[in-house]
Design a protein around this ligand. Sequence first.
Ligand code: VAH
Length: 317
Amino acid sequence: KILIIGACGQIGSELTFKLRSIHGDENVIASDIGYNNLDVVNSGLFEIVDAQDYGSILHCVEKYRIDTIYLMAAMLSATGEKFPMKAWDLNMSSLFHVLNLAKAKFIDKIFWPSSIAVFGPTTPKHDTPQHTVMAPTTVYGITKQVGERWCEYYFDKYGVDVRSIRYPGIISWKTMPGGGTTDYAVEIYHRALTDGHYSSFLSEDTELPMMFMDDAIDATVQIMDAPANQLTIRSSYNLAAMSFTPKDIAAEIQNHIKDFIITYNPDFRQQIADSWPKSIDDSVARTDWNWNHKFDLKKMSEEMLTQLGEKYATSER
Ligand code: VAH
């Protein structure tokens, strides 16, 4: 059975529905610190689990005989800069609890998300390699870099089957944008439909690696299904789909909404974005477990505007 910790979040909520469609509702238990997403809470088995409390996780593992945990609870980059110690405590204690549950043989397999935030200003900006210098300058990035080292250590020393992906910025429509720096690329679609205007907190030429949620979910399922002996990386895999700037995404939206206007008012998140790569080399993931993305900016924009268009149309009625 599968437990998703942080199931009310942006990725966690979509993973919940996807994994239930694959493994059956009764085999996927969603959990979070609170009832923060009623679509998830009311969609099947749901438990309150505090990711920072070992006993809380163990209780749920024993109650449902969980063998696999997807740890999707974390504090993201922008919020992490506002609450550094909370970000460190949440992101690290939750990982240690899940790794130690596997070391103690309570569970067999773990998925833990890393991020392009592990890279810093001294990392090569274009086609960032799988193995490269990384000196992250955000608390969130530091927790992901250290987390990767611990995942590799627990695999090497204790044989823990933990698998990880360095997600780029992820764009989706089912949940509202959270505390991410890349969330401008989610907000812009909402504002294009509701206001016809968006004030971007990143400058027009800020190029970042991005991915549509469906690709991110497919990659997560794929790496977890891959035979263990195919995986050559036990820190975390680079993963990519596309890179674009706020200018690019605004132009794509204007193909659908002619009079959409974007203005640029960079804030503290500009420095975070400037510390990250512009594009990622994910050839190792493509070789090891046949990763291949399906959505480009054009296809993603069509999907985002169609789905959100319906969502706003029904909410107005
Ligand atoms: C963030 N969406 O902005 C996350 C992600 C690469 C960005 O880690 O913090």
